[in-house]
Design a protein around this ligand. Structure first.
Ligand code: KG4
Ligand code: ZN
Length: 343
């Protein structure tokens, strides 16, 4: 069988993503983001995201077909994110995918968004990463640590955030420091001239008592509160608030805890590979510390291009293609959107 031509639809958060792949070959990756509409609320508003998906869906599908130079008649299958994510947002993608599949009599594959992030790596230009690998996925919506033994049949969730996602923490702290949404890039910019050792902010769930139950879990809400308290205290005392030092110290705490836990997983499971994904991996310090720590531990590090790390439809199409090539049956049409879909 030649590699299947798959169209993937992703609507779990604020990106309407439609991608087209032939096996592991990337043909199109079109994204319409409603990020700007959420800016004044300081975070993604589910209802706004769902409405934006509905408006963007057809134009994004049309643009992806044009980019790939194919028509609906050429497709072998449709893949769609069925969870986890925002329920209303997911429903728009699932509805569109079902409509396409039924009207064109195409097989439809419901896939998991987090596993999709891992599958994104297959589309990178160079040879794909081998398995098993530990995958650290960090975005505005999730912070998860996965053990991937096989993309199609064996993905285990080792841990995840018990409160805010890492990107959410960046956005909230940026807001506190008077920066616009999304805040991650602004924290990065401020931190560039700051001293990461100026303030010792807490590293969530790294105390001895957390090493058993929450060994691979994350918590960022305490860190966010600690930053708020620090700024409040300095302001009340009439002191100058060094935005660059606060940003650098906060960023250091996030990077430290992410990589400490990811490398603990690599060591515990004897897996010498770490794959990063999600929009937060744009962060300069996370990338730098990942390079330093993996190199010191003899762990190979893989970071796909950023256009594949952020939410996109191509990674969903790629995972759909893997399912087909592994001989998996398509989903029956009775699946819904599952905001807490397990891996
Ligand atoms: O994966 P992504 O594009 O989409 C969603 O989660 O929807 O991730 C967006 C998140 C936002 O929270 C944003 O602030 C964060 O990624 N982000 C960053 C950086 N660039 C984007 N966080 C830290 N440093 C950055 N340079
Ligand atoms: Zn994502």
């Amino acid at each position: 069988m030649s590699a299947p031509l798959v169209l993937g639809i992703e609507t779990s958060c604020d990106e309407t993503g439609v991608g087209i792949v032939r096996g592991t070959e990337l043909l199109a990756n079109v994204i319409a983001s409603s990020m700007d509409e959420h800016a004044r609320y300081g975070g993604v508003v589910p209802e706004v995201a769902a409405r934006a998906h509905l408006e963007a869906m057809n134009p994004t599908i049309t643009a992806a077909l044009a980019e790939a130079g194919v028509t609906l008649d050429d497709l072998d299958a449709i893949a769609v994110t069925s969870g986890p994510g925002l329920a209303g947002a997911l429903m728009v993608g699932v509805g569109a995918a079902k409509a396409l599949a039924v009207s064109r009599d195409l097989p439809l594959y419901a896939v998991n968004h987090l596993v999709g992030h891992v599958g994104a790596d297959l589309l990178a230009d160079d040879a794909p990463f081998e398995y098993p690998t530990i995958a650290l996925l960090v975005s505005g919506g999730h912070t998860s640590l996965l053990l991937v033994r096989d993309l199609v049949s064996d993905v285990e969730l080792l841990g995840e955030t018990i409160d805010d996602a890492a990107g959410e923490a960046f956005d909230k702290v940026a807001r506190l420091l008077g920066q616009p949404y999304p805040g991650g890039p602004h924290i990065d910019r401020l931190a560039a001239t700051g001293d990461p050792t100026a303030i010792r902010f807490p590293r969530g769930l790294t105390q001895a008592k957390d090493r058993e139950k929450h060994r691979y879990d994350f918590s960022f809400s305490g860190l966010k509160t600690a930053v708020a308290r620090w700024v409040e205290r300095a302001t009340d005392a009439g002191e100058h608030v060094p935005l660059d030092d606060v940003a650098a110290s906060f960023r250091e705490a996030v990077a430290d805890v992410l990589l400490t836990k990811a490398l603990a997983a690599c060591a515990d499971y004897g897996v010498p590979r770490l794959l990063l994904g999600g929009g937060v991996v744009a962060n300069a310090r996370i990338r730098e510390l990942a390079a330093e720590r993996t190199s010191a531990a003899g762990v190979a590090l893989r970071i796909p291009p950023l256009s594949l790390c952020t939410d996109n439809g191509a990674m969903i199409a790629a995972l759909g293609a893997q399912l087909i090539m592994a001989g998996r049956s398509p989903s029956t049409l009775d699946f819904g959107a599952d905001s807490t879909l397990p891996v």
